[in-house]
Design a protein around this ligand. Structure first.
Ligand code: HEM
Length: 408
């Protein structure tokens, strides 16, 4: 998305109504969604979006409204899906089965199986290995000189880390890297679907092996788990593996590269980090707020509710626009300024409430280690062509970011 600080003044005026269409993917690659969000926050915070090829839905754009809805997971269910999808695609296959797409009590049980793996202590124990992974990735990028920061740097760190945690043999990491790259790539939907089916197939085989011979890894945990005295079905195991792999890679890859692009556009912010590395934790929070890569998250109302006088009926879809919440002028001072020193910074980029991102700690450490690797080694990163932004209403940020890396 273009940097709002570079936009001409008239579009910043929230009293001029822009035409509202938040479901056009091109808006996120070539347009300015912030203009629409700014207007909606000021004038129509509970906006009804008419059906298109997508079903109709309510849009929440204010920080506090989104937090309040997030807090009430009973009234706002995840089990019918958390992303808008065309009616013709039918129900989400993970609905009621995966961690992200279940409600209490099933959600709590599933989360209890895996959350220890993502706790502070566990992530800390992995830190040395994660640093080695980040170092190896930067070494390779330095050797080639010119590369795509998204594919060659940002994508590899989280993918290798989650593969390691899931017990994927190292010899298969590149195979899964290729499949996830194809599954997330813009372009031919058939190629994407085929890659995704291959990911599911891969985990079907791996989970069967781990069920027979469990190891100390996440796939073994899921493959041998029992809930209410019943093992998880083979499909539930595979879909939850997929949820972990996709959750563990897609957003981190885009946030790391969106952050790098932001630093390239604001060299003084990168220089501030180089001078004072103790700013890295607050810089990572600001990268998360600024990039806000999960564009929307959906819930389905389970009972009638009223927000700002608008009546939401049971069964209605309610969409939270997280980048809008993260630029809410009633919460953040100078919300359209990127500031590595920003504090407090209670952004909603990782969600909120019961479904708060399972991998939040992991993602923050991955971002910190990757940027630290570049900063500590004095690697010079230079943009080497125009960044291409993703054409998607689900995730936003760079699809490609050509750079040249030079050792100090
Ligand atoms: C910058 C990186 C990341 C961002 C921006 C991000 C964003 C989010 C958001 C917004 C949610 C909430 C979804 C909802 O409200 O329904 C979420 C949930 C989740 N995230 Fe992340 N995520 C990131 C990294 C990760 C990583 C590294 C993992 C590792 C496995 C992960 C795994 C998950 C899972 C499994 C859930 C579902 C949790 C639940 O429903 O209980 N995420 N993430």
């Amino acid at each position: 998305m273009p940097d709002p600080s570079s936009l001409v003044k008239p579009s910043m005026n929230p009293s001029v109504k822009p035409s509202i269409n938040l479901v056009d993917p091109a808006l996120y690659s070539h347009g300015d969604p912030f203009e629409q969000w700014r207007w909606l926050r000021a004038h129509d915070p509970v906006h009804w979006h008419e059906p298109s090829e997508l079903p109709g839905f309510w849009s929440l754009t204010r920080y506090h409204d989104i937090r309040t809805a997030y807090r009430d997971a009973e009234a706002f269910s995840s089990a019918q899906g958390i992303l808008l999808r065309p009616a013709e695609h039918g129900a989400d296959p993970g609905g009621g089965r995966t961690l992200a797409l279940t409600d209490a009590p099933r959600h709590k049980q599933l989360r209890g199986l895996v959350d220890g793996w993502f706790a502070v202590r566990s992530v800390r124990a992995l830190e040395a290995e994660m640093r080695d992974i980040a170092r190896g990735v930067v070494d390779r990028a330095l050797e080639s000189g010119s590369c795509d920061f998204v594919a060659d740097v940002a994508a590899r760190v989280p993918l290798y880390v989650i593969c390691k945690m899931m017990g994927v043999p190292e010899s298969d990491w590149e195979y899964l890297y290729d499949l996830t790259s194809q599954a997330f790539a813009a372009g031919d939907p058939a190629t994407r679907r085929f890659a995704h089916l291959n990911i599911l197939g891969y985990f079907e085989t791996l989970a069967a092996e781990k069920a027979d011979e469990p190891g100390d890894d996440l796939v073994s945990v899921l493959a041998t788990a029992e809930l209410d005295g019943e093992p998880l079905s083979a499909d539930d195991v595979i879909l939850n593996c997929d949820n972990l792999l996709v959750g563990g890679t897609e957003n981190t890859r885009i946030a790391a590269s969106g952050g790098m692009l932001t630093f390239l556009e604001r060299p003084e912010q990168w220089a501030a980090l180089r001078e004072d590395p103790s700013l890295l934790p607050s810089a990572v929070e600001e990268v998360l707020r600024w990039t806000s890569t999960a564009t929307h998250i959906m819930r389905t109302a389970t009972r009638p509710t009223e927000i700002h006088g608008r009546r939401i009926e049971a069964g209605d879809r309610v969409v939270f626009w997280l980048p809008s919440a993260n630029r809410d002028e009633t919460v953040f001072e100078d919300p359209d300024v990127f500031d590595v020193r920003r504090t407090p910074n209670r952004h909603l980029s990782l969600g909120f409430g019961e479904h708060f991102c399972l991998g939040s700690m992991l993602a923050k450490v991955e971002l910190r280690l990757l940027y630290a690797e570049l900063l500590e080694r004095g690697v010079h990163v230079e943009q080497d062509g125009e960044a291409k932004l993703l054409d998607s209403i689900v995730v936003n940020g760079p699809q490609t970011l050509p750079v040249r890396l030079k050792a100090a």
